[in-house]
Design a protein around this ligand. Structure first.
Ligand code: TXA
Ligand code: MG
Length: 320
């Protein structure tokens, strides 16, 4: 199959109408989309990504009003949707029967998001169905933030990549669920915890630190580079890997003891949001070079720093 990169929304719409896959841009990362109401279309997503069927998919809608066609919104969920959508924010909601079990992996809940990207909103608003879309990477690898990243991983497996430029947020959406009166965060992401708490006026419940499944077969990490990646005190790690060819991922300060050319700073002015925007691109770039080890700083645990730390933490699991 030949894979074309283009910016033709009509072409993307007609491929999706035929039950085929299209990679779509969002402000977080690129998604690999199919008609969420068509199981035969959705099954191709799992095949193209080598994604296990037990891992459910987010459905993407073109308006807040459309959510009620697929899920049940409590008052608090509706408040969150009104305040944070469109955006890097996903709500886990009780699903309506129209959503196929394949999309939710058999769960009675469906994850719903309205992305904030002009091209994709235009696409969603002209389709008579929502789009199921995981990140458009081969399962387990770093999520794509450009059309070229999608091409690098999935060329030959999909016919069209809708090119909407580089993603402006750069990390996946924050996933939350309303349980009774509490807002429980399942994944930290592009909308900060602080922003959610400002909407609800109380604290959210964060995922436990030991959230990862402990079954050995499931220890395969996410967001992982092929080159081993290790987080921690950079100076100490530089000493520990003194005999290796290392690169550093940091915020905006160079370290002593390594040429600057091997130090990749994500935001000159120290913005965690800008750092998040560049993180996956830099991880892919470093993975393509011949480093033995990638050393990552521990970022400030606030704002988008939480999502950066979470992704880097998961990226290193494979190599422990
Ligand atoms: O920013 C994003 O969320 C991107 C863009 C493309 O929208 N999508 C994304 O999808 O990151 P994915 O599939 O790579 O990650 C979605 C996460 C998975 O960890 C999945 O297990 C969880 O959401 N999820 C989806 N549906 C769920 C459900 N019904 N119950 C629990 N978790 C769910
Ligand atoms: Mg993913």
């Amino acid at each position: 199959m030949q894979t074309i990169i283009g910016a033709d929304v009509q072409a993307a719409a007609s491929i999706l109408q035929q039950g085929q896959l299209v990679a779509i841009p969002t402000e977080t990362v690129y998604g690999l989309a199919a008609n969420a109401l068509d199981e035969k279309a959705v099954v191709q997503i799992f095949e193209a990504k080598n994604r296990p069927r037990f891992n459910p998919l987010i459905i993407h809608v073109g308006s807040i009003a459309a959510i009620a066609q697929y899920a049940i919104l409590s008052n608090l969920a509706q408040t969150l949707a009104n305040a944070l959508m469109p955006g890097a924010f996903t709500l886990l909601l009780p699903k309506l029967p129209i959503v196929p079990d394949l999309v939710t992996a058999g769960s009675p809940k469906v994850a719903v998001r309205m992305p904030n990207h002009a091209l994709t909103l235009q696409l969603l608003q002209q389709l008579p169905f929502p789009l199921a879309a995981p990140s458009a990477n081969v399962f387990g690898y770093v999520s794509p933030t450009t059309a070229q990243h999608v091409y690098d991983g999935l060329s030959g497996r999909i016919s069209y990549i809708l090119d909407g430029g580089a993603c402006t947020v750069g990390v996946e959406s924050t996933i939350v669920e309303v349980i009774h009166d509490a807002v429980v965060v399942h994944r930290v992401g592009g909308v900060s915890i602080e922003a959610i708490e400002a909407v609800i006026g109380t604290k959210v419940q964060l995922p436990a630190a030991t959230h990862r499944p402990l079954t050995p077969g499931q220890l395969k990490s996410h967001y992982a580079t092929t080159t081993p990646l290790i987080r921690g005190n950079v100076s100490a790690l530089l000493d520990a890997f003194a005999d290796k060819k290392v690169a550093i991922i940091g915020l905006n300060t160079y370290y002593d003891g390594l040429p600057k050319a091997q130090q990749y700073l994500l935001s000159a002015n120290g913005s965690l949001a800008e750092a998040a925007q560049h993180l996956f691109k830099v991880m892919r770039l470093l993975d393509a070079k011949d480093y033995d080890v990638i050393i990552a700083e521990i970022f400030t645990d606030e704002g988008l720093g939480k999502a950066i730390n979470d992704r880097l933490e998961r990226a290193q699991v494979l190599h422990k």
